[in-house]
Design a protein around this ligand. Structure first.
Ligand code: HEM
Length: 411
């Protein structure tokens, strides 16, 4: 492996972000807690120290909503549009206890195993429909034709917008773009319109479910009740549904696409799963470990602290690099190898750990397992298109293939 000079090479250089694995190994081995040169960002990369940081919630806080919002403009035109909707609340990802605790208890009720099992048939039907729609010549962009529409369609049907996948994708992209904070005022204005359109459409569905529950996740959220806690009000419900779309769609898309690429690049592993479909569950865990689509997330350092013997100043930003921790050789033998029979695969940190651990993890695991089950059953072989471009979307937090041009053999 090429030696990486941690003083001069930055994780956020485009070529390093594209292929960060040598950097991760250097960081874990030499500076598992490291202030990035010329910044106030502390990168945490080893499995044990990252796990420890997720537990120290009083020092390392999730109150980073303002940072996610980035350079969001306080443009009066944008504000005027947003005023036609409901205020956006810090609910789960960007809240600390006790605010977080109340939301999490209520949202956990909606993501019960019972609900996820009820969604399974829906997921299978959507996945099969997508495979059936692949063109006769078998040439597809797997991202566009399968990995994007699957999670979007699943969430669309759970929030009462079944059948209108394009609208849900449009809203979802608008929320994601606003979070990125790197957009023009023109796009910002367009996104504000989308947010308000989403809120009004969703408010109708919320009212319908208050009057008469339906068999979906939105009903479970509307009717979620925990002893001693107030039920979710409209603005809170809207913020939560918005967060489910942002947190769940791109991440599941990236795992599907990155996961399929791993199967193509590792034919021996693919053959093992084809021979024993009982391995699909463990294969999905190994894909999550290798892909870690939420590559990193922020914490705000609230007071001076020590982690792994390194002093960290109050006011610093901490980046928990889940993608690095998932390749820590102290935890995973031969960490860069894709091994569908890996024993400890499920102990990965792709969904985080502690009180913020992904609330959608069971749904996502179900989507991935059903999707790969359908794909492996219905498609005899996958091959990369000769001109396939395997570049990733440049993003400091999320990692995912831009597109995946493949040829599928349906015989
Ligand atoms: C492969 C797919 C997914 C990955 C890799 C992923 C990853 C993560 C990670 C790493 C966290 C922890 C955040 C932290 O520690 O600050 C998280 C939280 C969260 N995820 Fe996921 N996620 C996925 C799918 C989903 C889905 C399908 C949903 C919902 C439909 C969802 C909703 C959320 C929410 C609401 C939180 C915040 C939870 C809290 O703060 O209590 N995620 N996710």
């Amino acid at each position: 492996m090429i030696a990486i000079d941690l003083d001069t090479v930055s994780l956020f250089q485009p070529e390093v972000l594209e292929d960060p694995f040598a950097y991760y190994q250097a960081a874990i081995a030499r500076r598992p807690v490291m202030t990035l040169p010329g910044s106030n960002v502390v990168l945490v990369s080893s499995y044990d120290l990252l796990s420890e940081a997720t537990a120290r919630i009083a020092e390392f806080s999730n109150d980073f909503g303002a940072i996610l919002a980035g350079a969001r403009s306080a443009d009066p035109d944008v504000t005027a549009v947003l005023e036609k909707g409901w205020p956006q609340r810090d609910t789960l990802l960007t809240a600390d206890p006790p605010v977080h605790t109340r939301f999490r208890k209520l949202v956990n009720l909606a993501f019960s195993m019972k609900r996820v099992d009820a969604i399974e048939a829906d997921i299978r039907a959507i996945a099969e429909g997508l495979v059936d729609a692949f063109p006769a010549d078998g040439r597809i962009d797997f991202v566009r034709d399968f990995a994007v529409p699957l999670p979007v369609a699943v969430i669309a049907s759970q929030i009462g917008i079944a059948g209108d996948v394009a609208t849900v994708k449009r809203w979802s992209d608008a929320f994601a773009d606003r979070l990125g904070g790197m957009i023009s005022t023109e796009r910002e204005l367009e996104c504000a319109h989308q947010v308000v359109e989403f809120q009004h459409a969703m408010k109708l569905r919320i009212d319908e479910r208050r009057a008469a529950p339906a068999d979906d996740l939105l009903s479970d959220l509307v009717h979620a009740h925990v002893e001693g806690e107030a039920a979710l009000d409209d603005a809170e419900l809207l913020s939560i549904v918005q967060q489910l779309m942002v947190a769940g769609n791109e991440t599941t898309t990236s795992t599907l696409a990155g996961g399929l690429l791993l199967l193509i690049q590792n034919p021996g592993q693919q053959a093992k799963v084809r021979a024993d479909p009982g391995l699909v569950g463990n294969m999905v865990e190994e894909m999550l470990r290798m892909e870690s689509p939420t590559a990193g997330l922020w914490r705000v350092v609230k007071r001076d602290a020590m982690l792994g013997g390194v002093e960290i100043k109050a006011g610093s930003m901490m980046m928990l690099r889940f993608a690095a921790a998932n390749r820590d050789p102290a935890r995973f033998v031969d960490p860069d190898a894709f091994d569908v029979t890996r024993k400890a695969a499920r102990s990965h940190l792709a969904f985080g750990r502690g009180i913020h651990m992904c609330v959608g993890n069971m749904l996502s695991r179900k989507e991935l397992a059903v999707a790969f089950d359908v794909l492996l059953q219905r498609i005899a072989g996958f091959a990369l298109a000769p001109d396939a471009d395997l570049g990733h979307v440049p993003n400091m937090l999320l990692r995912g293939l831009r597109r995946l041009d493949i040829i599928v053999d349906r015989t």
